[in-house]
Write a protein that binds this ligand. Structure first.
Ligand code: ZN
Length: 138
């Protein structure tokens, strides 16, 4: 996907590397717990400064999804959102592929970074977007 003109809608939540898009997780060096995002305090053992960035969420399983018909400012309805159980054991809320080939509950999904929002100044913004994983038999 070409996202040359997009800017992130939310800073520090995802990134991309040679393997593609990923969400930024925080793995605790003290207890081994995992959280979404790089937080100052571990949500599992409450120690400070122990989380180290870890790539998570490249693939997952769609838990549930719905179509939004009344969009808040910056979003264009209709669009689809849902909960995805990512492989690392966390459940994340994100935009989800809509349309005829859209994944259903229980289907494998893969993370992409796509245009999801428009800033008040008209700038297109990117965010996490889960689509049906290739090779997933429905
Ligand atoms: Zn911890």
């Amino acid at each position: 996907m070409a996202e040359g003109t997009l800017v992130p809608a939310w800073e520090g939540l995802w990134d991309e590397d040679d393997e593609g898009a990923y969400l930024v997780g925080g793995r605790c060096g003290a207890c081994g717990g995992l959280a979404l995002g790089l937080r100052p305090i571990c949500p599992h053992c409450h120690r400070e400064g122990t989380l180290v960035a870890e790539a998570v969420g490249r693939r997952g399983c769609l838990y549930s999804a719905t179509v939004i018909h009344q969009a808040p400012p910056g979003f264009e309805a209709p669009y689809r959102v849902g909960y995805v159980d990512i492989g690392e054991g966390l459940r994340v809320f994100a935009h989800v592929q809509a349309g005829q080939d859209a994944p259903g509950a229980g289907n494998a999904v893969a993370l992409h970074i796509a245009a999801v929002k428009t800033a008040p100044d008209g700038q297109a913004q990117s965010g996490p977007f889960y689509a049906a994983a290739e090779g997933d038999a429905k």
